[in-house]
Ligand binder design. Structure first.
Ligand SMILES: [Fe+2]
Ligand SMILES: [Fe+2]
Length: 152
C-alpha cells in the first residue's frame, strides 16, 4: 500500500496517492465551490511544502505530506443533508478524518495529530503542537479562503 512508504518527494507522493482507491474517493466530494475534497487536499499539500520551504521550518516531510493529504479524509460530502448528519461538520470532521486515516492506513500519532488539530481555533481544545500541524493548519485556512471566495 502506497501509504506505507516513507516519502520525501512531493511528486512521487502525489503520483502514488492517485492510485490509492480511498484517497481518490475524495474526488467525488465537493469541498468549496467547484473544488473537490481531493483537489483541496492536494492544494494544502503544495502550500504546506511552500510554507516549510519559505520559512526554513525543516518539517518532517513524510508526516507533512500525509497529514496534509489526509487532513480532510472524512469521506462524505458535507453539503449533503443526510438527515442532519453533517450539521456539525466543522466541529467533528477532523476527528472523523483522523479515525479514517488510522483505520485504513495505520498512520502514526504524529500524523493523526496534524489531522485532528487542523480545525483549530474552531476546535478550540485541539491546539496544534508540532511544526507540521501548524503548517497544515495555516495552509488549510489560506487555501479554504480562496476556494470559498473564488470557487477554485
Ligand atoms: Fe477540514
Ligand atoms: Fe481542509
Amino acid at each position: 500500500m502506497a501509504m506505507d512508504a516513507k516519502y520525501t518527494d512531493v511528486e512521487t507522493f502525489l503520483h502514488d496517492m492517485e492510485t490509492e482507491k480511498l484517497v481518490s474517493e475524495m474526488k467525488r466530494y465537493v469541498q468549496h465551490g467547484r473544488v473537490s475534497t481531493y483537489e483541496h487536499c492536494v492544494s494544502v499539500v503544495r502550500l504546506s511544502l511552500g510554507i516549510n520551504r519559505a520559512f526554513h521550518l525543516n518539517a518532517d516531510m513524510d508526516s507533512l505530506l500525509k497529514g496534509a493529504m489526509l487532513h480532510d479524509f472524512y469521506l462524505y460530502d458535507w453539503h449533503d443533508d443526510d438527515n442532519g448528519a453533517h450539521k456539525w461538520h466543522g466541529f467533528f470532521h477532523a476527528q472523523k478524518a483522523s479515525r479514517n486515516a488510522k483505520k485504513y492506513f495505520r498512520v502514526n500519532r504524529k500524523i493523526q495529530h496534524i489531522i485532528e488539530s487542523h480545525m483549530w481555533p474552531l476546535n478550540i481544545t485541539r491546539v496544534p503542537h508540532s511544526r507540521e500541524a501548524w503548517i497544515v493548519c495555516l495552509a488549510d485556512k489560506y487555501v479554504s479562503f480562496f476556494e470559498t471566495v473564488f470557487g477554485r
